[in-house]
Design a protein around this ligand. Structure first.
Ligand code: NI
Length: 186
């Protein structure tokens, strides 16, 4: 296993559409996932997509700790070739951050209810419905597979700020967005 270097906004690997994985159970996929788990564990984030470690394939990992879940904790999940289907048109604003956009945080609209599916590296099919923070994390991670970073989803760039500056207080126009305790950091 190895701790991998994180690609930052501007690197071409974060702009391209990641390739589908032909065999989710291939040894190379398991090695990649093991390295992603070690990297995420070292940094202490919520989730990670393979392009963020310079590997342009459709693999994401994430978890929703109980402390952030509002009762809906999700164990560490490894998804190969994930797909998302919104279950309603409703979107909600929330603060997000990203290991590939270090230091910044912003308010991003996301679908509040989704269904997502994919394969695990053990060959199990995973299919879940998700709402709230869980749904936000999955949408953020899967966006990485399509070359999309959270600032590209923002509708009000006055709410793109350095996280450290939030100690001075939240921007007035962020009212309604979840407080930064709910920040997605991946
Ligand atoms: Ni991210």
């Amino acid at each position: 296993m190895a701790i991998l270097k994180i690609a930052r906004m501007g690197h071409p690997v974060l702009r391209r559409r990641a390739d589908p994985v032909a065999d989710p159970t291939a040894p190379g996929v398991r090695r990649l996932v093991a390295d992603m788990l070690e990297t995420l564990g070292d940094i202490g984030g919520i989730g990670l997509a393979a392009p963020q470690v310079h590997v342009p394939v459709r693999v994401v990992i994430f978890e929703v700790p109980a402390s952030r879940a509002g009762g809906d904790a999700v164990p560490m999940t490894m998804l190969v070739n994930p797909e998302i289907e919104p279950l309603s048109e409703t979107q909600a604003n929330g603060w997000e951050a990203c290991l590939s956009v270090p230091g910044l945080t912003g308010v991003v609209p996301r679908h509040t209810h989704i269904r997502y599916s994919g394969m695990s590296p053990l060959g199990e099919r995973i299919e879940r419905e998700a709402s709230g923070y869980h749904a936000r994390v999955v949408q953020h991670e899967c966006d990485h597979l399509d070359g999309i970073l959270f600032p590209m989803r923002m509708t009000d760039l006055s709410l793109l700020v350095f996280a450290e500056e939030l100690r001075h207080g939240l921007p007035e126009s962020s009212s309604g967005a979840a407080v930064p305790d709910d920040m997605v950091a991946d």
